[in-house]
Design a binder for this molecule. Structure first.
Ligand SMILES: Nc1ncnc2c1ncn2[C@@H]1O[C@H](COP(=O)(O)OP(=O)(O)O)[C@@H](O)[C@H]1O
Ligand SMILES: [Mg+2]
Length: 259
């Protein structure tokens, strides 16, 4: 469904991604991990077609985003929902207007109809619509803002793929847990494929079917949890060193639960 084929990408001659190859299948949930500055957010920007690689290809449902016409690009983007690292809500719009933004701008639905859908969506992402819909985002906690951002992405275009950039960074443990539960629920109930960028290993483990580890713009690992736990690649070990024990523990627990 999304495929990177030997992608090389540079900013101003500075190589950021080097020969990156991976794919994400339908209703798969891929976690991309790696140290800060390794190129994770860049991968998401490339998927959205906001940048194009100097070499290699990025295919979405078999189509190359970078060679498409603008109209086609917009069609492809409709399949993809993006939740940016900081939520990126519109400060001056109320919560419900944020959630309904796309429909208010791009559909023929009346304001009341959009409002109804926004209220439903707020409920779906676990928020009390009556309580918060008329507030400005700044009056919500970080965790609530993140859920509003997810609701906005879902209501926009009914995406088949969701991209999340560091969805739990800066959240307290309970809010982080709520966001993770929501991401997993979307994946399980709506068969939405997800690509989640994170450097929080516990989140990664509770979300991913598959894991890609990227270090200095290179994919140094691509596999499942068991393979990750057992990897002996020195670059993977170096990245995972601080989390090694917890990975083994959680991985064992997960395997036991699945048996
Ligand atoms: N717009 C930009 N112009 C130039 N360099 C950038 C730009 N955006 C990111 N970079 C650089 O690209 C590298 C990878 O960034 P990024 O993909 O954001 O990493 P990550 O998300 O893994 O922390 C970093 O060294 C960063 O400084
Ligand atoms: Mg980033």
């Amino acid at each position: 469904m999304i495929e990177f084929k030997s992608v090389h990408f540079s900013y101003d001659e500075r190589p950021i991604l080097k020969n990156v190859t991976f794919r994400v299948g339908e209703s798969e949930s891929l976690v991309i991990m790696g140290p800060s500055g390794s190129g994770k957010s860049t991968i998401l920007r490339l998927i959205l077609g906001l940048e194009c690689p100097q070499q290699g290809q990025i295919l979405i449902d078999g189509q190359n985003v970078c060679t498409m016409r603008e109209r086609q690009k917009q069609e492809i983007r409709k399949k993809i929902g993006m939740v940016f690292q900081d939520g990126a809500l519109f400060d001056s719009l109320s919560v419900w207007e944020n959630v309904g933004y796309y429909l208010l701008e791009h559909s023929s639905l009346s304001v009341d109809e959009v409002g109804e859908r926004a209220i439903k969506m707020l409920g779906f992402v676990g928020l009390d619509a009556a309580e918060i819909m008329d507030k400005l985002p700044e009056h919500l906690s970080g965790g609530m803002q993140r859920r509003v951002a997810i609701g906005r992405a879902l209501l926009s275009t009914d995406p088949k793929i969701m991209l999340y950039d560091e969805p739990t960074t800066g959240l307290d443990p309970q809010s982080a847990e709520n966001v993770i539960t929501l991401i997993n629920r979307l994946h399980d109930e709506k068969s939405i494929s997800s690509i989640v960028v994170t450097h929080q290993i516990a989140d990664a483990i509770s979300i991913g079917d598959r894991f890609v580890v990227i270090v200095d713009g290179e994919v140094v690992f691509d596999g499942d949890l068991r393979q990750l736990r057992d990897s002996e690649d020195p670059r993977v070990l170096l990245f995972l060193a601080p989390f090694r024990l917890s990975i083994a523990e959680v991985a064992d627990k997960r395997f036991v639960n699945k048996q």
